[in-house]
Write a protein that binds this ligand. Structure first.
Ligand SMILES: Nc1nc2c(ncn2[C@@H]2O[C@H](COP(=O)(O)OP(=O)(O)OP(=O)(O)O)[C@@H](O)[C@H]2O)c(=O)[nH]1
Ligand SMILES: [Mg+2]
Length: 168
């Protein structure tokens, strides 16, 4: 069920991380790892999932409803954009979608973290490839970073990023 914006923003935390990305890229998988709820059964998200992390609330919004993502932009303190590190079929669409999101006034200057899901592959991500593919070096009006993750690798790094970029 969709939750109305009124109740969305009545979550107790004053810090809000918005987690976006296409369907099946592993947003909910990442969310539950960040808050150590590893054994939850995952089904495609309808609406959003919200979890508290330290002083922050992380909202993971359904990839299948990207036309409604903009309704979550107000009050976001930071943006996490999740991509599948091994599905290159949507690369161009993904880049365009990310830059369209970043143009939105409500997200002006909020820090961006691109999280690349290794989906069980052992090799580290090719950071330079993703920087170029997402044209991250052209982003000048905000702090941005990129972190690859898997079931355990990268999770602590993402937690630290949230603590230092959101709860400051
Ligand atoms: N082994 C492994 N499986 C993963 C990983 N990330 C995602 N998955 C699996 O991929 C599927 C999709 O992950 P979700 O987290 O539900 O994807 P999502 O981005 O939330 O998708 P929507 O809710 O539709 O937007 C699930 O079955 C996960 O278990 C990963 O890093 N490793
Ligand atoms: Mg999901």
């Amino acid at each position: 069920m969709w939750t109305s914006m009124g109740s969305l923003w009545s979550y107790p935390s004053s810090h809000t991380v918005l987690m976006l990305g296409f369907e099946n890229v592993g947003k909910t998988y990442l969310l539950y790892r960040l808050v150590s709820k590893k054994n939850k059964v995952l089904t495609p998200t309808i609406g959003f999932n919200a979890e508290s992390f330290h002083k922050t609330t992380i909202f993971d919004v359904a990839g299948g409803f990207s036309n409604l993502w903009h309704t979550y932009y107000d009050n976001a303190t930071a943006l996490i954009y999740v991509v599948d590190g091994y599905d290159f079929s949507m690369q161009n669409e993904n880049k365009k979608t990310l830059h369209k999101i970043l143009k939105h006034d409500s997200l002006h200057s909020v820090p961006l973290l691109v999280c690349v899901n290794r989906k069980g592959q052992k090799e580290p991500i090719d950071e330079l490839y993703f920087r170029a593919a997402f044209r991250l070096d052209f982003i000048k009006n905000r702090k941005w970073d990129i972190i690859g993750f898997d079931s355990s690798d990268g999770i602590n790094e993402i937690r630290s990023w949230i603590r230092s970029n959101v709860e400051c």
